[in-house]
Ligand binder design. Structure first.
Ligand SMILES: [Zn+2]
Length: 279
């Protein structure tokens, strides 16, 4: 069985921490480098529900996409919700490791997993990483939809293939419009509208789209928008990441047991469709 430092070295090779954004907080939050690892749980959010799931499972390592602490802290008191998560993890000998924007920019990365879930063929990154001569790494992905389909059908596919959330899928644009090319960005993607427009795609799949950027994108050109729950757009990465660690474990004969959390940690819990008679 490997020790934590060996597993972390393997994860860092998949998602090199130096490729994370400057403002990000990736890497190991807690854990003993010499502790043996047998069971690993992958999840999007390091919230208490997921930490409790790791305890139930007997996991030694929890790997999440979102950081527990993005900014500094002066307390891990169990009186705070983040401190409580730290206490639960340490009391149960569970390490926490974060791969955030370094996993976004990787090849394969978070948006490859999202494209895969939607059965899209990736042709390249939306924002190529200047430090990658092969041009495979970067933020977001540009994809082809084969065969092309209407925006309404594509949205149905997203609703079916992504994990279920209260939000479901929001769509902007003519539902009958044909979609052939798609840009995808797991997580909040409204900072990439300029790149999406430059790519000249028919549709953009991302999360957390706000009124003004979405409205301006619509005014600018007939770009269809498919907005899913933030958690749902990043969850496919947990399956991809677990499969990557399985492959490494097999290669080294580690015998690791990997698991993917299916707990919905999107904060939105209900959706009420508007009544047609509310004016
Ligand atoms: Zn995210």
């Amino acid at each position: 069985m490997p020790v934590l430092s060996e597993v972390i070295a393997a994860l860092d090779a998949l998602w090199p921490p130096e490729r994370a954004e400057q403002w990000d907080a990736v890497g190991t939050v807690c854990g003993d480098p010499d502790a043996t690892v047998t069971r690993v749980l992958f999840a999007v959010d390091p919230v208490q529900e997921v930490v409790d799931e790791a305890v139930q499972l007997g996991a030694d390592l929890l790997v999440t996409h979102h950081p527990l602490y993005l900014r500094g802290t002066t307390t891990v008191s169990a009186g705070t919700f983040k401190g409580r998560a730290v206490h639960t993890l340490i009391k149960n000998d569970i390490a926490l490791h974060v791969a955030h924007t370094n996993a976004d920019r990787a090849d394969p990365g978070v948006s490859d997993a999202l494209a895969g879930a939607l059965d899209l063929r990736v042709t390249g990154p939306l924002v190529p990483d200047a430090s990658d001569p092969a041009g495979r790494r970067g933020l977001g992905r540009i994809c082809e939809l084969d065969p092309p389909m209407s925006l309404a059908d594509f949205a149905e596919r997203a609703a079916k293939r992504l994990p279920a959330t209260a939000q479901g899928i929001r769509v902007a644009g003519d539902p009958q419009r044909t979609v052939r090319t798609v840009a995808v960005c797991g997580g909040s993607g409204d900072s990439l509208f300029d790149e999406v427009r430059a790519a000249g795609v028919d549709a953009y799949v991302t999360a957390d789209l706000r009124h003004h950027p979405a409205s301006e994108a619509q005014q600018h050109s007939p770009l269809a928008l498919v907005d899913a729950a933030h958690w749902a757009t990043e969850w496919p990465w947990t399956e991809q990441a677990a499969a990557q660690l399985d492959e490494i474990s097999d290669r080294h004969g580690w015998g690791l047991r990997t698991h993917v959390s299916r707990t919905v940690t999107d904060p939105w819990t209900a959706h009420a469709a508007s009544s047609a008679h509310n004016h």
